[in-house]
Design a protein around this ligand. Structure first.
Ligand SMILES: [Zn+2]
Length: 267
């Protein structure tokens, strides 16, 4: 049996109700990382309350989905708090006790740009190439430069701020991957990933611009990953809410995981 935690970024969307109904029908728990701006728009807040009532965990994905390395400490921490207020209100409205605070950085930009989410040198040599590609899949590397001392300080400062403001690491003790244990991936307070489905690459805005171009390319990526299919560790899988007509793709991928003997764990 393969085990995974399903994390869904960029909620809510116009199809969050359908997405969560689908997941409930498949008995798949998930953590939805909500953007504050999306909760404030349209029926977004109501959709998040509804997802809470259906048993999903709502986590924080900041407000306007901006890059930490570009907007800096004050701006990003302000956006995180603004979003957390919305999430706390949604739990109150649902009448359900608030869970611990979990946070994931927009674009996985933790302060040093999305090409350098962690110090890759902390990863053992034999796994470094794999881990770099986990994060570089979907990053335009030609414009990226290594982090400056100021960016490294920003990354550390926000980790301290998160810890000081009640944010905790998502409890995923059964991840035992050799490139997770003992590296910055394991010590980060913010929510990291161990596999990206790259579902967004098939959204109307992006399709054709990246190597995966069909639904089969995405299921091949799942089937051929050397670590995802190992049964001696759980995984944190990244998918996305349906802001760009991804619902069919998402449903296909979840069905593929279930047909491939994955069990989704509740955080
Ligand atoms: Zn996002």
């Amino acid at each position: 049996m393969k085990r995974a935690y399903l994390t869904i970024d960029d909620s809510p969307s116009k199809h969050t109700d359908e997405l969560t109904d689908f997941l409930v029908s498949k008995n798949v728990p998930a953590v939805l990382f909500a953007r504050g701006a999306f909760m404030d728009a349209d029926e977004g807040f109501t959709k998040i309350v509804r997802a809470i009532e259906k048993g999903f965990t709502i986590a924080n994905h900041s407000y306007a989905h901006e890059r930490t390395s570009e907007i800096g400490f004050e701006n990003q921490t302000g956006q995180i708090l603004r979003t957390q207020n919305l999430i706390d209100r949604a739990y109150d409205e649902a009448g359900i006790a608030r869970p611990p605070r979990y946070f994931r950085f927009p674009h996985l930009d933790r302060g040093c740009g999305n090409a350098f989410p962690i110090n890759f040198e902390t990863v053992p040599n034999e796994y470094r190439d794999y881990v770099q590609h986990l994060f570089w899949d979907g990053v335009r590397l030609e414009t990226k430069t290594p982090p400056t001392p100021g960016q490294l300080k920003l990354k550390n400062d926000i980790q301290s701020w998160l810890a000081g403001n009640g944010f905790v690491k998502m409890p995923t003790p059964d991840i035992t991957l050799p490139w997770w244990t003992g590296t910055e991936l394991e010590t980060a307070i913010d929510a990291m990933i161990t596999f990206s489905t790259s579902d967004w690459m098939l959204s109307p805005r992006h399709v054709g611009k990246w190597p995966p171009k069909t639904a089969k390319d995405l299921t091949d990526k799942i089937d051929n990953d050397p670590f995802l299919n190992r049964e001696d560790s759980a995984h944190i899988i990244l998918m996305h809410d349906d802001r760009e007509d991804l619902l069919t793709i998402t449903e296909n991928l979840v069905n593929h995981y279930l047909n491939s003997n994955f069990t989704f764990l509740k955080i």
